[in-house]
Design a binder for this molecule. Structure first.
Ligand code: PFF
Length: 447
C-alpha cells in the first residue's frame, strides 16, 4: 500500500502544498466578509485566539495521524481503532460537500479574472454587474464547469507532478501580490477609519454567533476536520518536523487572511457604502474591490493581477479538496486515480449546479431560509466541521491518546515544544469549548 503512494519530495514541497490547500477563497473571499459582518476587530481577536489553540492542536493531530498511518482520512481512523471507522467516513463527506460550491465561487473568480485581463474593469465596478452575472443561468454554470475542469486536470496528473509543482510557483507569488495591494489600499483617502474598525475590538459587538462563525472559519481556512490534513500528512516524509510545519502553515494562512481583510475592509470606508458592512456576504469581494480598483492609478492592471492571484489561491485549495475526495474513493474502493478523477469531477458538477442556480433561476428555493450555496456552506462549516473536530479531539485525547501523536511528532529526532499545550487543548479545552460554542451559536443553549 505504502509503496504505491506518491509522496512530496521534501519539506518545502509539503509546506507549500499544505499551505496551498489552506490559503484559498477561505482567506481572501470568506474571511473578510465574516470579519466585516461580525464586528471587525472583535472577530479578528476571537479568530486569533482559536487559531493558536484549537487550530494548532488539531492540525498537529491530523497531520500526525496521516503520517503515522500512511493512508487518507477515510481509512486512517479505522486503521488506528476498528470502532472508529465512522470518523473517517464522516470526515470524507465534508470535502464532498465543499468542493462543488467552492468551484462555483472559483468560477466567479475566473470570470472576474478574465474580465479584468480583457479590459472590462469599468463594467465590473458597476453596481449591477455582480448581481446580473450570478443570477444568470448558463454563464455562471460554464465558469463553474471550467474551474472544476482545471482542478481535475491538475489532480489527474498526481501529487508530485501536479499539486507540488503548482504550489511551489503559486504560493510565493500570492504573498508578494497580496502585500502589495494591502499596502496600496491603506493609502487611499478615508481608509484609516476602516483600519480602525478592522483592528480595534469593539466588545459590544461580541456574541456567541461571532465565536461560532470564527470557529467554522478557522476549520475551513486551515482545511481541518475533513481529512485533508490527514491525507497530506500521509504524504509527508518522517524527517520533516510536524510542529514547525504546522507553525509555518498557520502563520501563512492567518497572515494571508489578515492581509485580505486589509485589502477589502478599509477601502469600503473610503469608496464603498457604509451598509456594505452589515450586508457583507459572499459578494463583498466581488462588489467592493472592483470599485476600489477604479479609484486606483493603474487599477486595471492591479485588479487583473489581484484576480489572477485569487484564482491561483482558489485553484490550489480546490485541488486539495478534490485530492481528498479522490484519495478517499481510491482507498475505499480500490479504483485507479484517473477513473476516480473523472467520476468525482462529474459528480461535483451535478452537486454544484444548484449552488450556482440558487442565485437566479432557483432563487425562490430556500433550505432553512438559505439559498443552496449558503446552506452547503453553513452545513459544512457550522455543523459538520465542529462535529468532526470534536470527534478528532475525543479520538486523539481518549482512544489513541495524545502520547501516540506526540511520538509521531518526535519521529526522526524532531522536537515538540508545545507538547503540554497540545495535550491539554486536545483532551480538555477543545472538546468542551467546541460543544459550548456549537450549542450556543445555534441558539440551543444560552450562556
Ligand atoms: N482552506 C481553503 C480556503 O481557505 O480557501 C479551502 C478549503 C480547502 C476548505 C480544503 C476546505 C478544504 F477541505
Amino acid at each position: 500500500m505504502e509503496a504505491k503512494r506518491s509522496s512530496f519530495t521534501g519539506k518545502i514541497g509539503f509546506i507549500l502544498a499544505a499551505a496551498g490547500s489552506a490559503v484559498g477563497l477561505g482567506n481572501i473571499w470568506r474571511f473578510p466578509y465574516l470579519a466585516a459582518k461580525y464586528g471587525g476587530g472583535i472577530f479578528l481577536l476571537v479568530y486569533l485566539i482559536l487559531a493558536v489553540t484549537f487550530g494548532f492542536a488539531l492540525m498537529i493531530a491530523e497531520i500526525s495521524i496521516g503520517r503515522k498511518t500512511g493512508v487518507s482520512g477515510i481509512k486512517a481512523f479505522g486503521m488506528l481503532s476498528k470502532n472508529w471507522r465512522f470518523a473517517g467516513i464522516f470526515a470524507a463527506i465534508v470535502p464532498m460537500i465543499i468542493l462543488p460550491y467552492y468551484s462555483v465561487i472559483g468560477g466567479w473568480v475566473t470570470k472576474y479574472f478574465v474580465t479584468f485581463v480583457t479590459g472590462g474593469m469599468t463594467n465590473a465596478a458597476d453596481d449591477a454587474f455582480f448581481g446580473t452575472f450570478i443570477s444568470g443561468v448558463t454563464e455562471p454554470l460554464l465558469w463553474f464547469a471550467l474551474f472544476l475542469f482545471l482542478t481535475a486536470v491538475v489532480v489527474f496528473f498526481g501529487v508530485e507532478k501536479g499539486i507540488e509543482k503548482a504550489s511551489k510557483v503559486l504560493m510565493p507569488v500570492l504573498v508578494v501580490l497580496s502585500l502589495f495591494i494591502a499596502v496600496y489600499s491603506l493609502f487611499i483617502d478615508g481608509a484609516l477609519e476602516g483600519v480602525k474598525y478592522y483592528f480595534v475590538p469593539d466588545f459590544s459587538k461580541f456574541s456567541s454567533g461571532t465565536v461560532l462563525a470564527a470557529m467554522g472559519q478557522l476549520f475551513y481556512s486551515m482545511s481541518l476536520a475533513m481529512g485533508i490534513m490527514i491525507t497530506y500528512g500521509s504524504y509527508m516524509p518522517k524527517e520533516t518536523s510536524i510542529e514547525k510545519s504546522v507553525r509555518h502553515i498557520e502563520i501563512f494562512d492567518t497572515g494571508i487572511a489578515f492581509i485580505a481583510g486589509l485589502m477589502i475592509i478599509p477601502p469600503i470606508f473610503a469608496v464603498g457604502t457604509p451598509d456594505m458592512l452589515e450586508k457583507a456576504g459572499p459578494g463583498l469581494m466581488f462588489v467592493s474591490l472592483p470599485k476600489l480598483f477604479t479609484h486606483m492609478a493603474g487599477g486595471r492592471i492591479i485588479g487583473a493581477v489581484f484576480f489572477v492571484m485569487v484564482f491561483f489561491a482558489a485553484l490550489t485549495s480546490s485541488i486539495s479538496l478534490m485530492e481528498a475526495v479522490i484519495s478517499a474513493f481510491m482507498d475505499k474502493f480500490g479504483w485507479g486515480r484517473k477513473t476516480t478523477c473523472v467520476v468525482v469531477a462529474l459528480g461535483s458538477l451535478v452537486l454544484g449546479a444548484p449552488s450556482s442556480l440558487g442565485f437566479g433561476l432557483w432563487e425562490g428555493v430556500k433550505i432553512l431560509g438559505m439559498n443552496f450555496l449558503d446552506f452547503f456552506d453553513f452545513s459544512a462549516n457550522s455543523i459538520l466541521m465542529p462535529i468532526g473536530a470534536f470527534i478528532t479531539c475525543i479520538f486523539v485525547g481518549y482512544v489513541i491518546k495524545p502520547s501516540s501523536i506526540i511520538d509521531e511528532v518526535k519521529e526522526a529526532g524532531n522536537a515538540f515544544k508545545a507538547e503540554k499545550l497540545f495535550s491539554i487543548v486536545i483532551k480538555y479545552i477543545a472538546p468542551v469549548c467546541i460543544v459550548l460554542i456549537f450549542l450556543t451559536g445555534l441558539g440551543i443553549i444560552k450562556l
